[in-house]
Design a protein around this ligand. Structure first.
Ligand code: PPE
Length: 304
């Protein structure tokens, strides 16, 4: 999806014009995939733009950096303030926000310890990630021939740039085969997640989602959706799932910051009832929550 340029990008503490936010071609992270990033959304609320669960996202950025032994030269509070400033100066009511921390120019080779860490934050308007009708018509899913990388190869709990080689291979394969999105199984054959979303399946009044141990990212949207579902009276459990659990799902949806809540209409050409009533109820509450319209979840909206 093409990026729509905005005014300014925050780079190492300065706001620079969009077109001048450049780095050198010998930037370390470009060569070895050792960068960490976040995807965050700001939504229009009655009180102006609010960044959804901003502090949780920045804390996850630091957790990813910790896994890489990368020292981000800012505090969580400083980057929270920097994200708010970036959204504010660009004057957007709603947007997608991409903070990234990476090793810069000056060192080459695999030892990252001497590398300087840089941080940038950009934001721009970004529409529905899996299509405008992802909730009503649903998305067509294909189980990927690529396995999710393993905890002892590329830690899936860290949102690193390099991890997305795995996701991009699966995404392109699925699109080329005529599907909308890929489902990744881990090396043991259990369902982990999609290329950029967590998975939920409804079976006999219970919502099931694969645990982090299965190779899924600890999704902040998945956490919000779990809270919402429980508040709606549904049981939610984290459980290992096999591909057959998807084929026989009564309802299935995927969720992430970019994709929000998107219904699934089939997996490997096995149709799944779509959109199901639980999916719709959760998606509706989520849509209101992110816009600050549900009192119980107002703390999730961090005003800029
Ligand atoms: N799993 C993966 C692999 C993933 O990339 C995401 C977010 C999630 C789960 C859901 O996490 P959360 O956003 O905290 O609910 N994917 C981001 C990147 C998408 C992209 O194209 O880049 C996103 O949704 O922003």
């Amino acid at each position: 999806m093409p990026i729509e340029p905005t005014e300014n990008i925050w780079m190492d503490g300065e706001l620079v014009p969009w077109a001048e936010a450049r780095i050198h071609v010998l930037t370390h992270s470009l060569h070895y995939g050792m960068g960490v990033f976040e995807g965050i959304r700001a939504y229009e609320t009655e009180r102006g733009p609010a960044v959804f669960r901003l502090t949780d996202h920045i804390e996850r950025l630091f957790a990813s950096a910790r896994i890489l032994m990368m020292e981000i030269p800012y505090t969580v509070e400083e980057l929270v303030a920097a994200v708010k400033e970036t959204v504010r100066v660009n004057g957007l009511a709603s947007c997608y926000i991409r903070p990234i921390a990476f090793y810069g120019y000056g060192e080459m080779g695999l030892n990252t310890l001497p590398c300087e860490v840089h941080v940038a934050i950009a934001c721009w308007p970004w529409g529905a990630y899996l299509g405008d009708d992802a909730l009503t018509r649903g998305v067509r899913m294909k189980i990927s021939s690529w396995s999710r990388h393993d905890h002892n190869t590329m830690p899936p709990a860290a949102k690193t740039t390099g991890n997305y080689v795995n996701s991009s291979l699966a995404k392109v394969e699925a699109l080329k085969a005529g599907y909308d999105e890929a489902i990744m199984l881990n090396a043991a054959g259990f369902v982990s997640e999609c290329t950029g979303e967590n998975i939920f399946v409804a079976r006999r009044d219970v919502l099931l989602t694969p645990p982090m141990a299965a190779g899924a990212l600890e999704g902040i949207t998945a956490h919000s959706v779990t809270t919402i579902a429980r508040d709606l009276g549904l049981e939610v459990r984290s459980e290992f799932l096999a591909r057959s659990d998807l084929y026989t799902a009564e309802e299935m949806f995927v969720c992430g910051t970019a994709a929000e809540v998107s219904a699934v209409n089939s997996v490997d050409d096995r149709p799944i009832p779509c959109p199901g009533p639980k999916t719709l109820a959760i998606a509706d509450e989520f849509t209101r929550a992110v816009r600050g319209r549900v009192d119980a979840y107002k703390d999730w909206c961090e005003h800029v």
